[in-house]
Design a protein around this ligand. Structure first.
Ligand code: HT7
Ligand code: ZN
Length: 876
């Protein structure tokens, strides 16, 4: 396949300032008439050919300035339309008619049907499946769209921008016109037509303009859209307050569809959502679902400024909109909920998804320089590490200069297709700082590691930190340059008080942040009488790994006393990880693991510490997962031994704290009516993790069954079901609860996804057969991405012992399934296939079997560009 290179970017010879589209919708033969105003750019020769992108298109008609184009003047294939000699005038009109079959479109890109609703997905390159176009984000055009459909089939007709004329056109057909005054790239085009229920509301912006809000869902589900609407209004207000950004159209619409490749899409004025991220009530959604809905509604809304008003020059700049918008949605959630808890959750996600990506064959810079298939670059690196890079800019500049930089960005680049260089420059200009070394965070892949050691010289009253940075080699980048790493830190003395120092040399230290710029810094703090404990990377100020020579006593001290909530959680989590790795090694050596009493006691004291938020305590008590432990061990992974170590530690914690956990569990029972707010969710989270521990003790299955039966909301019900299925697999209690759940929710696909997920993640060698059997369940469908992710995605990415079964059966089943999904939906198949990216860190037996499975995919016939790109890079 073709390799696209950043350095090859050049503007197109032509622009398309106006785009008029007419859709005559029908499931099997939709006619699209595109009338484009084409303009030759200054300095381009008059005869320059115009080359338009297409993807599997059937051209029906083409006219240039109102005249039928001559076949000899064209080159037409399903994937490209070339006008060999365009008119000599600078501007001309091009009419293109194409015929589409939305009903057969299972790739869910371009125009397709979901539950009888017509909808579109154009990012990144889906618009070219609708009409021939300059389908690249630097071609900004003003769109006017006319939609025609049978009124009975599609009473609702939506597109981007503001509504215009509408009415009947005879024979049961009607039409609606939409006009979007803001020039936009084709990837933000959207259309929805169907018979949907609606929820409406309005929002008055900071300058007093009234915006009509609409959320459209499957009829009968309107009641489930209330939380999303509330989240939308809070997002709109927050963007005004936090960034001074006001909404700019008369309407803002959201549509929920059930077949969707990703979470949601920020089409201008018409966001389209995976219904999973809109529909919620206490009966069907968990607290995690509510939090995701809030975050994704906010994320797509925030794109209106970071992505839509200012878009990307080319797809290499994807992090310009995605990293920045993730940063903005993280800040929003931190303001709406608990900042500390939010930060811990973010870091757990980053480590679970981005670190393995950065440490494996699919590693790439936040701003990649090469791609073969852009769909495969919607990654944790672009999104999550991209957000961390923006966070570091704020750490370096401080909140005020950061805001000034953002203001300058909006002022300077509104209406443009911008680059990362433009973005960095606004912060340099607003702050007067040089960010050239910092910019390496965008250009260089790999997770930097910091090796840290400390010494205290009591006589000289001097405390010294020696810090050395290294950036590991990654594919096609063997030599790395030194990075600018902002490392937040604290020196902590007896009783948890900060230790003052009178001077510091060896690095620039500002506001509790050491700025590392060289390979090695020896940072000397003077006037320090007693040896302090050091808290490093406070708030996770930089996305790095740390190798710290730290005494266990200090780690215990920090886990009790660090005033930085994130670092306090981190200290305890490090203690858990160290204990788990030691237990893993003991188990591999045929020994019984010994787990320190002071660790299990500390778990008990954190659980009962009323000065800490329940949500925080719940996060602290959640042991690092099998995959987290595997990542920290790094090589020669035996998932069964890791799992055994994790079980042993869970049991030791439960045994040491049984009584205290039990009384705390009972004290946390919900007395008030359900509320999805963060504090209530935090209490449920703590109670449910206590249930998980208690389930390991005698009578555990019965208590989990009681919890399941008495649950009054999905959070508690799903948590109890998971405890029964995972901790008491195949017990009568587990089987009964699974059957009851299935019976109650058989007709609710989103809830059945939880049922699939819970069973697909039950550890053990039986998992392959379970998942194989469930793939024949009537509620499962290979054509629906949510179902595929719930069952196959969960099995391959959240079930280490099942997927990595020693005989390789997990891999064989997986490879076959990926190929089956690929026939319909290459994008979803390629994403699934990334589950094998860390295959080289497995022990040799599993490694060989994983490689065979990857080769069986690579050698399959007619492989899509999406899947080929992933497997070839994974095997390289
Ligand atoms: N900008 C969107 C990313 C996206 C996408 C969404 C749905 C289907 C296919 C897609 N390809 C890319 C979502 C976002 O980040 O906000
Ligand atoms: Zn986004």
């Amino acid at each position: 396949g073709q390799v696209f290179k950043l350095e090859d970017y050049r503007p197109n010879d032509y622009l398309i300032p106006q785009t008029n589209l007419t859709f005559r919708l029908s499931p099997k033969t939709t006619i699209v008439t595109a009338t484009l105003t084409v303009e030759r750019r200054d300095g381009v020769a008059a005869a320059a050919p115009l080359v338009l992108d297409g993807d599997g298109l059937a051209l029906k008609r083409i006219e240039i300035d109102g005249k039928k184009a001559k076949p000899a003047d064209l080159l037409v294939t399903p994937d490209q339309l070339t006008i060999l000699k365009p008119p000599a005038a600078r501007r001309f009109q091009l009419l293109i008619e194409t015929e589409l079959a939305p009903a057969g479109n299972e790739a869910l890109m371009g125009l397709y049907r979901s539950n009888n609703v017509y909808c579109t997905q154009c990012e990144a390159e889906g618009f070219r499946r609708i009409t021939y176009f300059l389908d690249r984000p630097d071609i900004l055009s003003v769109y006017t769209v006319r939609i025609e459909a049978l009124r009975d089939e599609a009473p609702l007709l939506l597109s981007n921008g503001n509504p215009g004329a509408k009415g009947d056109i005879g024979d049961g057909w009607h039409y609606a016109v939409w006009h979007d005054p803001f020039p936009k790239p084709s990837y933000l085009f959207a259309l929805v037509a169907g018979n949907l229920g609606q929820v409406t509301d309005s929002f008055v912006t900071m300058s007093g303009r009234k915006v009509e809000l609409g959320i459209y869902v499957e009829r009968g589900k309107e009641k489930l859209a209330g939380y999303a609407m509330d989240a939308l209004k809070r997002s709109m207000r927050w963007d005004e307050e936090a960034f001074g950004r006001e909404y700019d159209l008369d309407v803002f619409n959201i549509v929920a569809v059930s077949d969707f490749n990703m979470g949601a899409m920020e089409n201008k004025g018409l966001n389209i959502f995976n219904d999973k991220y809109v529909l919620a009530d206490e009966e069907t959604a968990t607290d995690a679902d509510f939090a995701n809905i809030e975050a994704i509604i906010a994320h797509e809304y925030f794109h209106n400024w970071t992505g839509n008003r200012i878009t990307c020059r080319d797809w290499f700049q994807l992090c310009l909109k995605e990293g920045l918008t993730v940063f903005r949605d993280h800040e929003f959630s931190a303001d709406q909920r608990s900042r500390a808890v939010k930060r811990i959750a973010e870091v757990r996600t980053l480590r679970a998804h981005q670190f393995p990506e950065d440490q494996g064959p699919l590693a790439h810079p936040v701003r990649p320089r090469r791609y073969r298939e852009i769909n495969n670059f919607y990654t944790a690196t672009v999104y999550e590490k991209g957000s961390e890079v923006v966070r570091m800019i704020r750490t370096i500049l401080g909140a005020d200069a950061f805001r000034a930089g953002m203001d300058l960005y909006f002022e300077r680049h509104d209406g443009e297709a911008a680059t990362i260089e433009d973005f960095i420059k606004v912060f340099e200009d607003a702050s007067g700082r040089d960010l050239s070394q910092f910019a390496l965070w965008y250009h260089q892949a790999g997770t930097p590691n910091l090796t840290v050691s400390s010494t205290h010289n009591a006589a000289a009253r001097e405390f010294t930190l020696e810090i050395e940075q290294s950036v590991p080699p990654t594919p096609s980048e063997s030599r790395k340059r030194l990075m600018h790493i902002p490392l937040a830190f604290g020196l902590i003395g007896a009783g948890g008080k900060p230790v003052a120092y009178s001077g510091v040399e060896g690095a620039s230290v500002e506001d509790g942040v050491i700025h590392l710029r060289k390979r090695r810094h020896v940072v000397r703090f003077s006037g320090v009488a007693e040896r302090p404990a050091v808290s490093l990377n406070r708030g996770f100020s930089a996305p790095v790994t740390l190798s710290v020579e730290q005494k266990a006593d200090d780690q215990f001290f920090l886990a009790r006393h660090d005033s930085d909530a994130f670092s306090r959680w981190q200290a305890f989590n490090t203690l858990l990880t160290d204990a788990l790795i030691a237990a893993f090694r003991e188990i591999l050596g045929g020994k019984q693991p010994v787990l320190a009493t002071r660790l299990t006691e500390l778990a008990g004291s954190i659980a009962g510490d009323e000065t800490l938020e329940p949500a925080y305590r719940a996060l602290a008590l959640a042991l690092p997962g099998d995959a987290d432990i595997a990542r920290d061990i790094g090589k020669n992974i035996d998932p069964d031994a890791i799992h055994a170590a994790r079980q042993a530690l869970a049991l030791a914690i439960a045994t040491a704290n049984g009584e205290a956990f039990s009384s705390l569990y009972h004290s946390l029972a919900d007395k008030a009516a359900f509320s999805p707010d963060a504090a209530s969710a935090g209490r449920r989270a703590l109670r449910n993790i206590l249930l998980d521990y208690l389930s390991l003790l005698p009578g555990g299955a019965a208590s989990a069954a009681r919890h399941f039966q008495s649950a009054t909301n999905m959070t508690d019900r799903a948590a109890a079901l998971a405890v029964l299925a995972h901790r008491h697999h195949a017990s009568p209690e587990a089987n009964e609860a699974l059957a009851a759940f299935e019976k109650t929710y058989a007709s609710d696909p989103l809830v059945m996804d939880k049922w699939f997920q819970i069973q697909a993640s039950v550890p053990g060698p039986q998992a392959v057969e379970t998942v194989r059997a469930l793939s024949a369940h009537p509620a499962f469908s290979m054509a629906n991405p949510n179902r595929v992710r719930s069952l196959i995605g969960t099995f391959s990415s959240a079930n280490q012992t099942g997927f990595h079964r020693a005989d390789g059966e997990g891999y064989r089943f997986f490879a076959q399934t990926v190929l089956e999904v690929e026939k319909r939906n290459p994008q979803v198949a390629a994403r699934l296939a990334t589950a094998l990216r860390s295959w080289r860190s497995l022990e040799p037996g599993r490694q060989a079997k994983a490689r065979e499975a990857l080769l069986s995919i690579a050698n399959a016939e007619n492989l899509s560009a999406d899947l080929r790109d992933i497997v070839e890079r994974t095997l390289a």
